[in-house]
Design a protein around this ligand. Structure first.
Ligand code: DAH
Length: 345
């Protein structure tokens, strides 16, 4: 065992440590010089054969070489790890200047745009939202709306029956009865937006399922002037200040008097054209003064209270507002149709 051999070994190790360029190679160097099978370890195990004095001297020497190599490896390892991390971060950097993939932004269905607008308008006038079931009883849908069993008005509202006494509601009017029964005798101001059903698909303006917003106001001394003012405000907010409304005498079993409400045609401003069939007006809703029978059946004294009611077809308003030529487009979710409503939603 020679001192020179040990120092040569140390030099060789330190040179290699200096030269390695990655941590994997450094691990190999560590294995070569410090593992149990390394030259140093073998020399260490042979120390026992030396006489006492030499053993101490070489023991110190070997330990010195060993710790010099260990220290050099540790320092180099720290350096390489830091370098490798920097390289990794540089490689994984996200290039934010690359053009993105761009998410497709959808558009709201005009049905929902219009429903929300209508609801907002009436909430602004102090109406509250009332709700009722779509699977309704014959009793609420017809009887409590003053349409008894054999009344001819039932013919216009043929629907889908679950059984003898349950059906898919033909209008949102039964919610009037429900709201009245809940509030018995108290002034009332409600709207009810919701789905309605009829066996009705004669043309492109009708569908077996459609939606209405029902309105009902009950208080003392309510007359048709209140109804007209309310609907006029609604029409102005929905279609613009220039639109005029016209009340035309009509018949509904649950109102007396009853009216159909028309607005001036947007296409010709009331002069008459093909859109309004020459009349200058387009019908938008039914309304009237709540029939005394309806008040009585639902817990209000017609001698004390009076009220007005109206029912507006939501799709009808959407069709008129956006000039949609076929009601089915509202339900089909064709993106070419929907995309046109991107800006307005
Ligand atoms: N329920 C009627 C229908 O679906 C619409 C209607 C007319 C509702 C007059 C009303 C009303 O509240 O007063 O044809």
């Amino acid at each position: 065992m020679k001192k020179e051999t040990l120092l040569l070994l140390q030099d060789a190790a330190l040179k290699q440590i200096k030269e390695v360029v990655n941590s994997e190679a450094l691990h190999n160097v560590r294995h070569t010089y410090l593992s149990r099978k390394s030259e140093l370890s073998i020399l260490m195990s042979q120390l026992g054969r030396l006489p006492n004095e030499k053993r101490r001297q070489f023991g110190q020497l070997i330990n010195g070489v060993r710790s010099a190599i260990t220290k050099a490896i540790e320092e180099k390892m720290a350096l390489l790890k830091a370098q490798e991390l920097t390289e990794k971060l540089a490689k994984e950097k996200v290039d934010i200047s690359l053009p993105g993939k761009g998410a497709t932004v959808g558009a709201r269905n005009p049905f929902h745009i219009i429903t929300d607008e209508m609801v907002e308008i009436f909430l602004g006038m102090g109406f509250e939202i009332a709700d009722g079931p779509e699977v309704e009883s014959d009793y609420f849908n017809f009887e409590l709306m003053n349409i008894p069993k054999d009344h001819p008005a039932r013919d216009m509202q043929d629907t889908f029956y679950i059984n003898e006494s349950l059906l898919l509601r033909t209008h949102t009017s039964p919610v009037q009865a429900r709201a009245m029964q809940e509030n018995r005798g108290r002034p009332l101001r409600v709207i009810c937006p919701g789905k309605t059903y009829r066996r009705d698909d004669d043309d492109v303006t009708h569908s077996h399922q459609f939606a209405q917003i029902e309105g009902l106001l009950i208080d003392k001394d309510i007359n048709i002037g209140h109804l007209k003012a309310t609907l006029e405000l609604f029409v102005h907010k929905m279609f613009g200040e220039k639109r005029k409304i016209r009340l035309r005498s009509s018949f509904f079993p649950f109102t007396e008097p009853s009216v159909e409400v028309d607005i001036t045609c947007a296409n010709c401003s009331g002069r008459g054209c093909h859109m309004c069939k020459g009349t200058g007006y387009i019908e938008i809703l039914g309304a009237g003064i709540v029939h005394p029978n309806v008040l009585k059946m639902n817990g209000y004294d017609p001698e004390v209270y009076s009220g007005f009611a109206f029912g507006i077809g939501i799709e009808r308003v959407a069709i008129l507002r956006y000039d949609i030529d076929d009601i089915r487009k509202i339900y089909q979710n064709d993106v070419r149709f929907l995309q046109q409503f991107k800006k307005v939603s």
